[in-house]
Ligand binder design. Sequence first.
Ligand SMILES: *[C@@H]1O[C@H](CO)[C@@H](O)[C@H](O)[C@H]1NC(C)=O
Ligand SMILES: *[C@@H]1O[C@H](CO)[C@@H](O)[C@H](O)[C@H]1NC(C)=O
Ligand SMILES: [Ca+2]
Ligand SMILES: [Ca+2]
Length: 354
Amino acid sequence: MRPGLAIVAFWAVLAEFSISYGSYGMVDMDGDGLDDDFEMTCAQRFKPVVYLAQKEEFGPITVDTFLQSCYLRKYGTCGHGGLSSVNISDTAGFCLWETAVSTRYAPCGFKDPDTTLGPCTPATLASEASAQCGGADGCYIRCLGCQETGKCENLGLDQPDAKGTHGAEALKNIPFYVHVFRDTGGTVQIQYWFFYAFNGPTDGFGTHQGDWEHFSIRADAKCLTRLAYVPFAHGTPPPWSNATMGEEGGHAVVYSAINSHATYLTVGTQPGGTPITHDHTSKGERWFPDSLINAGETTCAQSGRRPMRDDTKWVDFTDVWGSNSAFDGSLNNGACDSGPHLQWNEQMPDSFCK
Ligand SMILES: *[C@@H]1O[C@H](CO)[C@@H](O)[C@H](O)[C@H]1NC(C)=O
Ligand SMILES: *[C@@H]1O[C@H](CO)[C@@H](O)[C@H](O)[C@H]1NC(C)=O
Ligand SMILES: [Ca+2]
Ligand SMILES: [Ca+2]
């Protein structure tokens, strides 16, 4: 190589280095001001051990695998709403499409009022939804193969993908998704997000596709000492606490309730998501993945925060993560329901762009 070329090559390498690495060798792809290696080291240090319930049918799944079974659908002008009240004798354990279509789609002539926009990919889901649906619950994703079959009973409870992953070895390869950011007072908050393909019924309530749950830890600025934690189950979370909890090899132990996957610290009967239901936890399959996926931040133009990589841009998807079609039995009423919203920023301080 001639000397001139060597110099050009040197500058090209240097330019590339400074674009992706910023100053002082720090990599901050999600633009939150924290070194991404620090975020991952921190998340690995405090990752919990999760026990699924004994006889849990609906195990976790990767977002990528789940989205392969999904289509983005735009709501039509009729049949969008749900029933205003839950008639449990109608719906307990049975989310039949015949019932849902006859109650929700009567004003639509009992025809499918919604439009299929196309398949979903992790990288394009959020941008497609925002461009074609306005990003404010103008769409939903229809998953578990219900689009191909045209209809599903019970939101697809019997579809093969609803079962997710089982067995300690296979579960090692199903990551927790993590969200790490600088919290109030210079502390670091680490959120561990657990994703399941299906939420089974709890005493007749809560059947839906797609299920996001999480557990949070707050650590000191250097991420060496745990300061507090909070398990999220339903509704208002309990206060942050550092009370002694179960541990295995220095890792916190949490329990995922059967069907609802709500997170608890103990085994047994737990207060559920409604005044009349109860969650049940027990020590079934152990889920302690080797790798974690740091999905980064949701896009915030003001601060420059953004998803970690192209294939984690799904964090920006603001519509529901499962079918809300009456043709799959969704009554949209809490018993036979649409998928959940991913509340990635719910526990961030208000000063953050949410
Ligand atoms: C609830 O559903 C049952 C069975 O379909 C029906 O007999 C009953 O009248 C319904 N109750 C109300 C309050 O709509
Ligand atoms: C919180 O509990 C953990 C585990 O027992 C302990 O290591 C840590 O020092 C505690 N944090 C504080 C601030 O006391
Ligand atoms: Ca970062
Ligand atoms: Ca982050």
